[in-house]
Design a protein around this ligand. Structure first.
Ligand code: PGA
Length: 257
């Protein structure tokens, strides 16, 4: 982490778990467990139907909420879609884009990811852009090449001001939901590389302003080592964000330095 230049962020990704009625009890428990001082943005990215209940529950707290996906379209005849303006209207601050599950199960392409990033920025919502290699790519030593491609595709056509408002989450696919975490060295290498890619596309000032998160089986036990890496500015947490105690412990992991 490097709070001089950029924010630390701990974002939970509830995926398709929990009910709207479970939002308040979760938040009530979480509030009591969070550290007293604010050292990071504490975000819960939840399914759309949970948003209204969560937005009420987090009122007057330091917790903010995010969504897990957004339409690339502005408005109109797109049955089943939710646009960035609707999310903004609800008070949404962050939105995940290009999660590997959406890329794998919903065929989300890099150009769609790029369009969604632009739609979110236009609405004033921070995109959390997920990138990450498969096990096969890692074994073939194609990780950095693939990350380079994904980052450039997601940020294509953006100007430096827009890029500074983006968050990138490095999520190796082989580490998601598997209990297999990247080692701190592996995660640090790729997060540092992502910053170098941004530096190459823009300049050092833009690169140092972007928060880069690690995601993939991050939990209460391994978070401290990961968060101690200078280029890892927080985490995108799946499984461990479903338990208030574990999630609060990860947030406490940002109280370092
Ligand atoms: P995990 O999920 O923490 O359960 O591995 C992370 C994610 O998919 O964002």
């Amino acid at each position: 982490m490097n709070r001089k230049y950029r924010k630390s962020i701990i974002a939970g990704n509830w995926k398709m778990n929990k009910l709207p009625s479970e939002a308040r009890p979760f938040v009530d428990e979480l509030r009591g467990l969070l550290p007293k001082t604010k050292t990071c943005d504490t975000v819960l990215c939840v399914p759309y139907p949970i948003i209204p209940a969560l937005a009420r529950a987090i009122k007057d707290s330091r917790i903010v909420f995010g969504a897990q996906d957004v339409s690339a379209h502005e408005k109109g005849a797109y049955t089943g879609e939710v646009n960035a303006a609707m999310l903004k209207d609800l008070g949404c601050r962050y939105c995940i884009v290009g999660h590997s599950e959406r890329r794998a199960y919903h065929g989300e392409t890099d150009s769609e990811v790029n369009a969604k990033v632009i739609a979110l920025l236009d609405a004033g919502i921070v995109p959390i852009i997920c990138v990450g290699e498969s096990l096969e790519q890692r074994e073939k030593e194609l990780t950095l090449e693939f990350i380079d491609y994904q980052v450039k595709a997601a940020l294509a056509t953006l100007d430096p001001k827009q890029v500074k408002r983006c968050v990138i989450a490095y999520e190796p696919i082989w580490a998601i939901g598997t209990g297999k975490t990247a080692t701190a060295e592996q995660a640090a290498e790729v997060c540092g590389y992502i910053r170098a890619v941004i530096r190459g596309m823009f300049d050092a000032r833009v690169a140092r302003a972007v928060s880069i998160l690690y995601g993939g089986s991050m939990n209460a036990k391994n978070c401290d080592e990961l968060l101690a890496q200078p280029d890892i500015d927080g985490g995108l947490i799946g499984g461990a964000s479903l338990k208030a105690e574990d999630f609060a412990r990860i947030v406490s992991g940002t109280v370092q330095e």
